[in-house]
Design a protein around this ligand. Sequence first.
Ligand code: ARG
Length: 459
Amino acid sequence: MALWGGRFSGQTQAEVTRYSESISFDKRLYHCDIAGSRAHVKMLARQGIIPQASADAIRAELLEIEKKIDNNDFAFDIAMEDIHMHIESALIAKLGPEGARVHSGRSRNDQVALDIRLYLREEADKIISGIRAFQKALVKVGAAYPELIMPGFTHLQHAQVVLFAHHLLAYVEMLDRDAERIADCRKRINVMPLGSGAIAGSTLPLDREEVCRELGFARVTRNSMDSVADRDFAIEMASALAIFAMHVSRLSEDLILWSSQEFDFIELDDAFCTGSSLMPQKKNPDVCELTRGKSARVCGDLTALLTLCKGLPMTYNRDLQEDKVALFDAIDTVEQILAVYPPMIETMKPKADKMAQAASDPALMATDLAEKLVELGVPFRDAHRKVGSFVKYCKEHNQKLNEPTLAEMRETIPEATEEFPALFDPRASVAKRDLTGGTGFKQVAKQLDFWQKELEMTK
Ligand code: ARG
């Protein structure tokens, strides 16, 4: 009979047992569930709610159960529904009536809320350090090529020259906000719900503060109904993970483009690519493509969680059991990404000659001409139009922007001076962008330095 079977006379239909189990996915919470139960019974004994000897026996047996699960030596059975029931049943099987005291003053509703919070707190820390390692890999590659110039793109059209390191550092910034978002969300995860019971708290004199201290939470939740009803902390985590995955998907798209024959800017290490079963010449950036694909899953997980919660009446509803499916999928996917990306980034080889060649297109420096005119006193809109006419002139004459003579340039840009031809030098163009946040050599060196120091302090 199920642990809740007292008021039932009929059996659960076999299909329903299969339909309603969560052990197949919530067993990963065992470690958190055991930590929560150990803290709970310690408090129960101290409050005189259960005998100290029962608490001691339960706490010891919980460690035994944990060891068994660690060693794959524990029988899971869908008839016992979820991880909470499995552990409680194992306690009762071993300790009899002593074990049956563990659930005093507790409901699975607050228990599962506690477990998810403990679990997410751990995962948040793991993921943050994974993101730091990812950032370090990007900074390392950037620092290895501090002067490498490439075309920067807007609308996937050649825009202006930028440093390769600047491009990588853009992702370092994005990942930094991802780590910050997770750290911020962790604050709201780190609140202790146990003692909320099923909905209304407990008639027993529980000491919630003690459990809170024991489990290292920042504080206890203030409202028992809120504690068992909401999963916003999980939604927030999924949201932070979805944004992270979206960022990595964009990086992946860059790497896919750069690996193509058309761009040919980088070579990814063989270890991160696969071949074609048919075309012998192929080397495909599959890891990047898979990440673009997997990021869609994480976005889907976020949507699933939002949709799961949006129509629920207060407080706990069984729908909430499904939160773990989406949440775990988001976490697992992100952890997979984090395992693969740092080594893939560190081993990628930029093709300096190809990038330099693409960056030498003088059209990339058209803005520099317009800005030079501004320095000479020409209103920007005028300057833009004149350089635009010059570009048109070059198109019509089938010339690159640096091919017409100065006299020819002056047909459309009368103010052009002797200095103008030199503006087509990509190095000079980069060097001149010496504002904070710009792609200038000095600025990017400063940023690389900043990130090296900043990331050194992270674990
Ligand atoms: N397996 C459930 C879940 O994951 C545990 C809580 C069940 N509570 C209940 N009253 N049926 O949400």
